[in-house]
Design a protein around this ligand. Structure first.
Ligand code: SF4
Length: 554
């Protein structure tokens, strides 16, 4: 979910360096806060709000919360107020934030690398059922989000989560968010390199540390040594992508400055090869550049992609080497084309140790606490102690013995978690939408789930990988710009001129070597009611006209 003050951004095209001395960068001496958000961060570090939650707010209740904490610092602990029920999308932009605020919170549980033990999944299931009305959504950054959380319950939830090694630390806010990683790190038979030690070391050294708890905006990291390139590295602020150096062997190719939102930009390669042991240090260098040189004057230009747009990769690498690392980085090769068109690891796959991993597909990431507990029990009953979440809102049970696979698959399918899903079940994602998100204009989760069922009924013969991503507003939480069919929620006019929920259509987005953003189809807006008809038409035309090997995005 994006932050509530996310507004239209200025296009991040390359500009002459040096024009932005007045952008509020600390490195050129701008320590006086230039906007309200910067002032809130200067007044008190976001991490400090935890003590007030535990000692004051949880005891005195919602009305005791300082507004600067409520709409600012509580994010550093993964807490946002959710949308007050019953407010339609037409009011999203015209009401004051406090009019949209419910007295309940969304709580984001950080799942770095998407790695979960059975005990951790059980704990999330229990917290969901005890404190969050059973809600639990898998996000497209491998986290799990709960809703309906009361401030009074937050300390108990933390105790429960932390007792199994989970946390909500810096799950939101202007700080290093969850580090996404390959969900099959360390086990995949075709892995180039296992990035898990680097993820764990970054977590240990830097997450929850005040060294990086006041960044200009959110900061997204991806690390994967999978040849499937399964962490959407192209659209993270910093990413480490597994490659083999011709002399030094497996390591990582460094990418910087990707991001979506209203002005999307693909990350750029710095041309540098980073061995596993040096990833945390290089990560800290890139994060330090963002902290020190990142733009802080305008919130909507405060992502690293704008600095990269102005500097370019050569200057970025020079500053990283000269000012942050004090040494040169080695040049290295670029990643190859992803090894698979699906990057989600759904299905049954043999691990390098001879056991199997089993990826399955909930609908649009929506699960619930009771079902997560059943999944944990199912994994344990089949000899597994580990699961993972994917950036496609899917899940995987790891380390399953061969003679347990069929029974596990049957158990998952009985929970309506398909292991061989249709392309529509597999490729459809949806953001939180109007049910809980204060920025939303339209509904997404329910509509995405219904769309899957409808397309499966209408197009049972469809056999190609396809991605259909639904957003509830112009932000990019469900990555509409990189989907084959991206749907950006907005109000549109129906045939009778009435304002109804609908979507602006983007077609042909892609990641990988042919990465590019979907083209906005000029003037093409569909009402929610027309959506199945429209997508069916587009896909039937593609089926009729495609040439051998032609992807939808081509
Ligand atoms: Fe993100 Fe969706 Fe909320 Fe918009 S509606 S901010 S895309 S979660």
């Amino acid at each position: 979910m994006a932050t509530i003050d996310e507004t239209a951004e200025v296009a991040p095209s390359r500009r002459k360096a040096g024009r932005h001395r007045g952008e509020g960068q600390w490195a050129v001496g701008h320590f006086t806060p230039l906007n309200g958000n910067e002032q809130v961060k200067k007044d008190d570090d976001g991490l400090n709000v935890r003590t007030r939650i535990e000692t004051i707010y949880a005891h005195r209740g919602f009305d005791s919360i300082d507004p600067a904490d409520l709409r600012g610092r509580m994010r550093w602990w993964g807490l946002y107020t959710q949308r007050k029920p019953g407010i339609d999308g037409g009011k999203t932009a015209v009401l004051e934030p406090e009019e949209l605020d419910d007295r309940y919170f969304m709580m984001r549980v950080r799942v770095d690398g998407g790695r979960l033990t059975v005990a951790q999944l059980r704990a999330i299931g229990e917290v969901s059922q005890t404190y969050a009305r059973g809600t639990a959504d898998i996000t497209d950054r491998q986290n799990i989000q709960l809703h309906w959380v009361r401030i009074e319950d937050v300390p108990d939830i933390w105790r429960k989560l932390e007792s199994v090694g989970l946390s909500t630390t810096e799950a939101c806010g202007d700080c290093p968010r969850v580090i996404i990683g390959s969900p099959v790190a360390g086990i995949a038979a075709d892995e180039i390199i296992d990035g898990t030690p680097a993820i764990e070391e970054i977590e240990r050294r830097y997450i929850g540390s005040k060294e990086f708890s006041n960044l200009p905006r959110k900061f997204k990291t991806a690390i994967s040594g999978s040849p499937a390139q399964d962490v959407v590295h192209e659209i993270n602020d910093v990413a480490f992508v597994g490659v083999v150096h011709p002399e030094h062997g497996p390591g990582f190719d460094l990418w910087v400055g990707g991001g979506l939102s209203t002005n999307p930009r693909l990350g750029e390669r710095l041309g540098a090869w980073v061995p596993l042991a040096e990833v945390p240090e290089v990560w800290a260098g890139v994060t330090g550049i963002f902290r020190d040189y990142g733009y802080r004057r305008l919130r909507n230009r405060a992502r690293l992609k704008y600095l990269m747009a102005d500097w370019g990769p050569e200057k970025f690498r020079r500053v990283l080497q000269d000012e942050y690392l004090g040494r040169e980085l080695l040049d290295g090769p670029a990643p190859a084309e992803p090894s698979s068109r699906w990057r989600d690891h759904v299905g049954v796959h043999r691990q390098k140790d001879g056991r199997y991993y089993v990826g399955f597909a909930p609908r649009v990431g929506r699960v619930d606490g009771a079902t997560l507990t059943k999944v944990a029990d199912l994994a344990a009953a089949h000899g597994s102690d580990r699961l993972s979440t994917t950036v496609e809102q899917k899940m995987i049970v790891l380390d399953v013995a061969e003679d347990q696979v069929d029974s596990l698959v049957a158990g998952l399918e009985a929970l309506d978690f398909q292991v061989t899903p249709s392309p529509f079940r597999r490729g459809t994602m949806a953001c939180t939408g109007i049910e809980f998100c204060k920025l939303a204009i339209v509904e997404t989760k329910g509509r995405g789930a219904a769309l899957i069922d409808e397309l499966e009924r209408r197009l049972p013969e469809f056999d190609e990988p396809i991605t259909v991503n639904l957003n509830g507003c112009p932000n990019a939480c469900a990555r509409i710009q990189t989907a084959d069919i991206g749907l950006k929620g907005q109000l549109v006019l129906d045939d009778e001129g009435r304002q109804v929920e609908g979507y602006q259509v983007h077609l042909g987005g892609a990641l990988g070597l042919r990465a590019g953003f979907g083209r906005k189809v000029r003037g093409l807006k569909v009402t929610a009611a027309e959506l199945p008809d429209y997508i069916e038409r587009v896909l039937r035309r593609y089926l009729a006209e495609r040439t051998a090997g032609e992807r939808f995005a081509d």
